[in-house]
Design a protein. Structure first.
Length: 117
């Protein structure tokens, strides 16, 4: 099982980044997918989630209207489009796969996002 995040890097305030998380080793379409982030000295927090067939999405308040989560089950990939980035968005971003029917979950290794001028 692997979840491999990519697309992180340095962005200026107001800029955009698109994160990707490529999954392998499990039935991707059976899992809801989420993005979390962890800033230095802070706990890991949920950013956004999407249902297994993209039938529902959830965003925490501090990213609503700026971030968009999507998935492509044919490519076993989940995305996080991040627009209007702020310095407070600086964190390591992780993707997580969750299955509720037969409980299991997997984490990726994370990708660093730094928002700075």
């Amino acid at each position: 099982v692997q979840l491999v995040e990519s697309g992180g890097g340095l962005a200026q305030p107001g800029g955009s980044l698109r994160l990707s998380c490529a999954a392998s080793g499990f039935t991707f379409s059976s899992y809801a997918m989420s993005w979390y982030r962890q800033a230095p000295g802070k706990e890991r927090e949920l950013v956004a989630s999407i249902g297994s067939v993209a039938d529902s999405t959830f965003y925490v308040d501090f990213v609503k209207g700026r971030f968009t989560i999507s998935r492509d089950n044919a490519k076993n990939t989940v995305y996080l489009q991040m627009n209007r980035l702020k310095p407070d968005d600086t964190a390591v971003y992780y993707c997580k796969a969750v299955r509720l029917s037969i409980p299991s979950h997997y984490w990726g290794q994370g990708t660093q996002v730094t928002v700075s001028s």
